[in-house]
Design a protein around this ligand. Structure first.
Ligand code: N01
Length: 548
């Protein structure tokens, strides 16, 4: 590996940082952007990454709230492109905490000498396709613009924070935080009265820790969420050794799972409705005790049959009732929607937190937050005076970060216009009318329903191979055929429509952002998706138009 102190490299650093013409512009230095840069370099492409933050890591750079931790096991939530890397890196816990994942991202950036081609603290404002040159003009808040043949949007699915437009928001005199844009300095809530608005994954992870510090914690809940205990623990050295002894086979088994993870506890391939009450209880109990996201794999009909789902939902409600001592609070915490319809949360002591005397739950399902006042939060006609407000209100998922950038394809067509009725892509990789622009884990691909790092690597490999193929064949542009895109969008909707996923107000549907078109954005089923991507390539990039 070359280091930045080597003489030959210094001049190339200078050139990369000041150049205005590239083969590839990559937007974002999270796990997708880092690996894309690595693959681009290996393919001999002149590539640059623009990153708004001052460091790498993407979502793990921004989401530093207390208790932030991955809900996919650490031995799985990591890159597999380098066997040396996966053998040498040591995870300390079953589910890695955010600081460790951020250290890992930094390690990867250093190990593969990636920083010299990343421009930090630089936000991409626009990307316009120029028909005459068949190149993209990319502008940032730091430069007049660069020209590039290809653009890869590695902007992340959960990176654009959703801050509801609460009445009186700016009048609040205390401190306010958003879980998705947490300060880099430690925040100490000791002795403070704290409000948390929201009860999704970010809230459910942070609430137990905030409750340990705060004098009083008030949680404002619009919709109760299902949470399964993480049962996090120090990583068992024997388990680590066993996985490392056969890492490629371990990865291969996971790649055959619907979500590209969890082969160590695959779905039980029988319906809950055909099982006896004793068997159901035993299987739900087994998954609850093991902890983590695999709960809805207890039977194979839980996500397609509402009656079967209700059996699983009621099991979890009973667990909540068993933990939470105040029966009225327990009933408020017991979710009413289909379990798994909103992304299941994974917690460490969430429900137990509501037994603490300094914690209260406020149900805002009827009237929402009425206003933020200079002293606190008003809901249900009552003002709750607080010193700090934590907005755990989630993200404008999957499309938010893409649509913040002024992206224009052929004939000046704006992506915002093309997606007015919801995102439309072919394979979640490209949009018709936007040649040579690729989205990593874009809408229409399995992305957020999978182990994200696995999906990212699959997309980056596909994109890198496509660019190499295109250039080797002397071609200049590749773009989705509109009919192929229409068929793909229809397929993504049909797959979701056969399940219970579209039955609640989830961020998968964009339902958490007022005014966002309601469309189920990700595609269910990683293995079938990968097979389709491979078939498309084998058939000469079927569904894509290529031009010289
Ligand atoms: O966001 P969310 P998140 N007034 O959208 C509420 C991943 N993630 O940041 O449900 C009042 O889930 C909203 O209420 P409702 C993971 O994929 C992973 O927690 O819309 N409340 C909800 O309770 C996750 O699913 C990890 O009625 C308002 C909450 O805010 C995704 O990120 C950790 C409101 C938002 O919950 C997003 O999680 C963290 C309003 N106007 C995140 N607007 C792990 O790896 C919204 N809410 C474990």
């Amino acid at each position: 590996m070359q280091h930045a102190s080597e003489p030959g490299l210094k001049s190339s650093i200078h050139n990369a940082q000041s150049a205005t013409t590239f083969d590839l512009v990559i937007v974002g230095a999270g796990f997708a952007g880092l690996y894309m840069l690595h693959r681009a370099r290996s393919a001999g492409l002149r590539a640059i990454v623009y990153e708004a933050g001052d460091g790498v890591g993407g979502t793990w750079y921004w989401n530093r709230y207390p208790g932030a931790r991955c809900d996919v096991e650490s031995l799985e939530y990591s890159y597999q492109f380098s066997d040396e890397l996966q053998q040498q890196w040591h995870w300390t816990e079953r589910f890695a905490p955010q600081p460790e994942i951020l250290r890992y991202a930094n390690h990867v950036a250093d190990r593969f000498d990636l920083r010299r081609d990343i421009r930090f603290e630089t936000r991409v404002l626009s990307a316009h396709f120029d028909e005459a040159s068949a190149r993209w003009e990319v502008r940032t808040d730091r430069s007049d613009g660069v020209s590039s043949q290809f653009v890869v949007m590695a902007t992340g699915c959960l990176s654009s924070t959703n801050m509801p437009d609460f009445k009186g928001l700016d009048s609040f005199k205390g401190e306010r935080f958003h879980t998705g844009a947490w300060p880099h300095e430690p925040v100490d809530f000791s002795g403070k009265r704290v409000a948390v608005i929201g009860t999704g994954s970010s809230a459910i992870q942070s609430i137990p820790i905030i409750a340990q510090q705060a004098a009083e914690l008030t949680v404002f809940q619009r919709t109760a969420n299902f949470s399964i205990p993480a049962r996090n623990e120090a990583l068992d050295p024997a388990k680590e050794a066993a996985v490392k002894a056969e890492y490629p086979a371990f990865r291969a088994r996971n790649s055959l799972m619907m979500g590209a993870f969890g082969a160590n506890m695959p779905r039980h391939e029988a319906p809950a409705l055909a099982a006896s009450p004793e068997e159901r209880q035993r299987r739900f109990e087994e998954r609850w005790t093991r902890g983590g996201l695999g709960f809805t794999g207890a039977f194979n009909d839980l996500m397609i049959d509402a009656k079967a789902n209700e059996l699983a939902a009621e099991y979890v409600r009973d667990r909540i009732r068993a933990v939470v001592k105040n029966p009225a609070t327990a009933e408020l915490l017991a979710p009413r929607q289909v379990i798994g319809c909103k992304r299941i949360c994974v917690d460490s002591g969430y429900y137990e937190t509501f037994n603490q005397e300094n914690v209260q739950l406020v149900d805002i399902s009827a009237g929402g937050i009425e206003e933020i006042t200079p002293r606190g939060v008003r809901a249900g006609g009552r003002e709750f005076a607080v010193d700090s407000i934590v907005f755990a209100t989630g993200f404008d998922a999957m499309t938010g970060s893409l649509l913040k950038i002024d992206i224009r394809g052929r004939n000046g067509l704006a992506l915002r216009e093309a997606w007015r009725a919801g995102p439309r892509t072919y394979l979640g990789l490209n949009v018709a009318g936007f040649p040579n622009l690729f989205t990593v884990s874009g809408p229409g691909s399995p992305s957020v329903l999978t182990n994200m790092i696995v999906s990212i690597e699959q997309h980056v490999n596909w994109i890198a191979d496509c660019i190499v193929w295109l250039r080797a064949g002397g071609q200049r542009t590749i773009e989705a055929e509109p009919q192929a895109q229409d068929a793909w969008v229809g397929h993504v909707n049909a797959v979701a429509g056969a399940t219970l996923f579209p039955t609640c107000n989830s961020w998968y549907l964009g339902a958490n952002v007022p005014g966002k078109t309601r469309v189920f954005m990700p595609l269910l089923g990683y293995p079938a998706y990968v097979q389709r991507c491979e078939e498309v390539v084998a058939r000469g990039y079927e569904g894509f138009k290529v031009s010289a």
